[in-house]
Design a protein around this ligand. Structure first.
Ligand code: AMP
Length: 502
């Protein structure tokens, strides 16, 4: 079956040919014809299947007739992260090259003023992250009653990030007559509930997940005896320094770890940059561009920032931390070994990671992942007795500062607070670990892109999560609370005891 058989117009076929696509992918074959007819579509597919074109192409076709009115976009695409939203926008530009459609991207890191000016002129396509969209709506800058087509992309990721209440709210702001194209890699009950409520007799299109662990990916683990991140960083350097490592993504569970690892690698002369939701949008875009154009060898990433990104295959994936959710392991290593090419996935496993490793093995249906023998390396590079001081500096004297009792230092707390400052209530309450858990225990899913919080929440160190942490069970902070002096304590300065003359 060719693209022409799907019922797309010559202008679109031209743009598709210019993109270099010869044949539609399975999701495109199944989703485009009903979408062109105006039917709702429930697409169960993940990134890499060509799902973006499967909703972009019919949308362009539909929007080619009619005109946009001021502040009333005609279509809406919701994406969980800035990068995904930007990627969808690129797709619209590519496939809509022969159409005159206006488009606005409502994401964090882009000035409100510019976004507002576009909305005022009227847009055919509005691509947004949920938080930013509601922000504009609540400021009265936007009406959603003109929405003809609404797309929800990566719905299960939105669920992980606690955006489902926002999505429900947005659905209710759009007209019942809209067409809905809804995409999710998995269908947990909460997503099923949303689709039952808001989709009208959708055509269900399911494309099989790429083999969970492609045969082309060679997987290995290295057991790291110490939980000290310095030792993990030393092992990482050893692994990435090998000749066959052309390029790679290094996954960490926390944003603060991403920063430390990237800085440490830079200091050791590696061409590495971090990417996570707290970094400025311009930096994130520049980093991805460099990585795509081979100017950057290593991308140190968090799951949220990397999920769904259209990054060309890499030769290696490194799991600096064992992912908390086994699904993330599959997503992470799926970045290598694509299209029949060989890839390698290496993961550092500390004694504390047993439970998560077991769940990964269960997910990938393996008894074990072959272990690389690093005994000689550890003999030559024993873990330091000293606690990993100077956290956050990214040097190898650095890392996360811990007291001997494993409490988090104030710098680490504030970094955790910063990284979690825009977590939504749902994400925080279900995912946050107790404060005395090791750093690696904090699930990455608690990470939420900054776009999804109102600007008012964007003050560093001011998030709701920071309040929770401060109020939590951290031994040191509770001791501080017990010792806290109320008012002036026992000391009353003399001037206060003097009688006041009337
Ligand atoms: P997506 O799953 O939408 O993120 O797409 C993954 C990648 O597949 C992107 O780089 C697209 O440009 C590419 N792609 C989409 N459709 C096709 C197609 N029909 N043929 C070849 N590549 C495609």
């Amino acid at each position: 079956m060719s693209f022409a058989d799907l019922g797309l117009s010559p202008k679109l076929l031209e743009a598709i040919a210019a993109a270099g696509y010869e044949n539609p992918t399975p999701i495109q074959k199944e989703a485009i014809p009903p979408a062109l007819k105006g039917q709702d579509v429930l697409g169960i597919a993940q990134t890499g299947t060509g799902k973006t074109a499967s909703f972009t192409l019919p949308m362009i076709e539909r929007l080619s007739k009619g005109r946009a009115r001021a502040r009333m976009p005609r279509s809406l695409v919701l994406a969980p992260t800035r990068e995904l939203a930007a990627q969808v926008a690129e797709n619209f530009e590519k496939y809509g090259a022969n159409h005159k459609l206006s488009m606005a991207l409502l994401i964090g890191g882009v000035s409100f003023g510019d976004q507002d000016a576009k909305l005022t002129r009227g847009v055919d396509v509005l691509i947004a992250t949920p938080g930013r969209l509601l922000d504009h709506f609540e400021r009265g800058r936007l009406l959603l009653t003109g929405i003809e087509v609404m797309v929800v992309d990566e719905a299960d990721r939105m669920l992980d990030m606690g955006f489902i209440p926002d999505i429900e709210k947005i659905f209710k702001l759009t007209p019942m007559t809209r067409q809905t194209l809804f995409f999710s890699a998995t269908m947990p009950p909460e997503i099923q509930r949303i689709t039952d409520q808001f989709l009208h007799q959708p055509v269900r299109v399911e494309v099989s997940r790429p083999a969970t662990t492609a045969d082309t990916i060679k997987q290995n683990i290295v057991r790291v005896p110490s939980k000290d991140d310095r030792q993990k960083r030393a092992v990482l350097r050893e692994l990435i320094g090998k000749d066959d490592v052309k390029n790679g993504i290094i996954f960490c569970n926390r944003k603060s770890t991403v920063d430390v690892v990237a800085k440490s690698l830079q200091k050791h002369g590696f061409n590495a940059r971090p990417i996570h939701g707290d970094l400025a949008q311009s930096f994130r875009t520049e980093t991805l561009d460099k990585f795509r154009s081979d100017d950057l060898q290593f991308l140190v990433a968090s799951d949220v920032a990397a999920r769904g990104l259209d990054i060309p295959a890499v030769s290696h994936v490194f799991n600096f931390d064992v992912p908390i959710h086994s699904d993330d392991y599959v997503h992470r290593i799926g970045r290598t070994g694509r299209a029949g090419r060989k890839g390698a996935a290496l993961m550092l496993v500390t004694p504390a990671d047993g439970k998560h490793l077991d769940s990964i093995l269960k997910t990938i249906g393996a008894k074990e992942i072959e272990e690389l023998d690093f005994s000689e390396f550890f003999e030559a590079n024993p873990a330091s007795e000293r606690p990993d001081r100077k956290g956050g500096r990214g040097d190898d004297k650095g890392g996360k500062r811990r007291s001997r009792r494993g409490e988090r230092s104030s710098s680490e707390r504030s970094s955790g607070e910063r990284s979690g400052r825009n977590e939504t209530k749902d994400a925080k309450e279900t995912k946050e670990p107790a404060n005395d858990q090791p750093a690696a225990e904090k699930p990455v899913d608690a990470e939420v892109d900054n776009d999804n919080a109102a600007p008012a929440n964007k003050q560093p160190d001011e998030g709701r999560s920071s309040k929770r942490r401060r109020g939590g069970g951290d031994a040191r902070s509770s001791r501080r609370r017990e010792e806290a002096v109320v008012g002036l304590g026992d000391h009353v300065p003399a001037f206060l005891t003097r009688k006041v003359a009337r």
